[in-house]
Write a new protein. Structure first.
Length: 194
């Protein structure tokens, strides 16, 4: 599924990532850890095609439309409601029976009652939950999550724990987190960046 060989990324004169190599098979679960500034976000951006390596080779055998990505930015429109955001993304991904899928995710992530509110009125935790719904909406086969537990309360974190447990073994998953204990039991591979 993923093969990285000595990949590096430089921005100007600063190296964000140096000589990272790993392989992750289909339906594998990679846990990425490291201190702030170690290159976790850069690596995840490379994996989803938002950046290209400066050096090294990176091969990913998954169609772009099968990638579900959650980065530091929620990638939702603040002037739209939660429901409108997911409806828009559902149309972009051409999801059949998208209304059922949207309703299920909103219910699962505890946003059903807030579905008609503009995202600008959401708390940071609610926005993170909506971003998770957006990333999972099209039932991706490759899920990349950068610090997904950020701003989630205990209930939201528990829902995400359950979602990750469901994805493990069904999809290929890459998670970067400062709280590895939450997902270490699911990981089939670990990568510690320094």
């Amino acid at each position: 599924m993923i093969q990285a060989l000595n990949i590096e990324k430089r921005y100007g004169r600063a190296w964000a990532l140096r000589k990272v190599s790993f392989e992750l098979g289909d339906r594998g679960f990679l846990l990425v850890t490291g201190a702030n500034g170690s290159g976790k976000t850069t690596l995840l951006r490379l994996l989803v095609g938002l950046a290209t390596p400066t050096r090294g080779s990176l091969a990913i055998a998954v169609p772009r439309g099968q990638v579900g990505y959650l980065g530091h930015d929620a990638l939702v429109y603040r002037d739209l409601t939660g429901l409108e955001n997911l409806e828009l993304y559902g149309r972009l991904y051409r999801i059949p029976e998208r209304r059922e899928r949207i309703g299920m995710l909103l219910e699962r992530f505890g946003l059903w009652e807030a579905r008609s509110q503009r995202v600008a009125a959401y708390s940071r935790g609610m926005t993170q939950r909506l971003a998770l719904c957006r990333a999972l909406l099209h039932d991706p086969s490759f899920v990349v999550l950068d610090e997904p537990f950020t701003a989630l309360d205990d209930a939201g974190a528990n829902v995400l724990d359950q979602e990750l447990a469901t994805l493990a073994g069904v999809a290929t998953v890459v998670v970067s987190t400062h709280d590895p204990a939450r997902v270490v039991s699911l990981a089939t591979a670990r990568l510690a960046l320094t």
